[in-house]
Design a protein around this ligand. Structure first.
Ligand SMILES: [Fe+2]
Ligand SMILES: [Fe+2]
Length: 165
């Protein structure tokens, strides 16, 4: 049923999988450099993208298709914080554009349930975009102090006996 929707859903699965890989890579980089707040932001966002895969996969199976777990993009190996945030923000922007398009295509094919799934993803990806954009705004505002504040967070957590998630 709804073969065109199945193809769109699988394309989205590939993009979400790429986002999971990319954000986990950024998480490891930030964690290694001692930037706990950002490391946690990337990790939490990667988990949300994984939940998107779950939602998309359930719909594909419901429609009688199969899930293609193929990442659409290679992981970009970046270690500069600004480049990481700009890449992440760009990825979210593309997701918003794609999912709006996919929702319209599902509507044209009279598949309103899949359309609603894409619409709910648009809301999440816009929130992710905003998170990364806010970090870039803070970086511009605070300059070098921005990264210093990130490092202080780790010291605070260590001295109070907490470990970074
Ligand atoms: Fe997503
Ligand atoms: Fe996202």
């Amino acid at each position: 049923m709804h073969e065109k929707s199945q193809a769109l859903l699988n394309q989205a699965v590939g993009d979400e999988l790429s986002a999971v890989h990319q954000y986990m890579y950024f998480h490891f980089q930030c964690d290694d450099q001692g930037y706990d707040l950002l490391a946690n932001l990337f990790r939490m966002t990667a988990i949300e993208e994984m939940r998107h895969i779950e939602t998309l996969a359930e719909r594909i199976l419901f429609l009688g298709g199969d899930v293609e777990l193929k990442a659409t993009h290679e992981v970009r190996k970046l270690s500069d914080v600004r480049e990481m945030l700009e890449t992440a923000r760009g990825m979210e922007e593309s997701s918003v554009t794609d999912y709006n398009k996919f929702a319209n295509q599902c509507s044209a094919n009279a598949d309103s349930a899949t359309k609603q799934i894409f619409e709910s993803l648009v809301l999440d990806e816009e929130r992710h975009y905003d998170q990364y954009d806010n970090e870039l705004v803070a970086m511009k505002k605070f300059g070098d102090n921005y990264l210093a504040l990130q490092s202080i967070e780790r010291s605070k957590n260590r001295s109070s006996g907490q470990t970074a998630e």
